[in-house]
Write a protein of this length. Sequence first.
Length: 100
Amino acid sequence: MKKIEQTLDSREVAEMVEKGHKELLRDIRRYCEQLSQSKIALPDFFKESEFENRGKKYPCYQVTKKGCEFTAHKLTGVKGTEFTARYITRFHEMEAVIQQ
């Protein structure tokens, strides 16, 4: 049985954390650099991707559940709590669709 991969687009994550996508990309790139220095598998957390807008391609990331958890741990206060609740809800929604 083929496993369906569950990820969130970094644009959606940026919206959830109320941060500009450009700023989130900067943060994710920093996380990736730090993880790779530690020889930790990046695809477990963040996968480079791209999206198209008006015929032009732009960078983004596919953020795994582990990547969301990692990002949530970097946030504090209400923003961290809100993001954690939002990403958990989204992954549960995806799991429900997959099970149907």
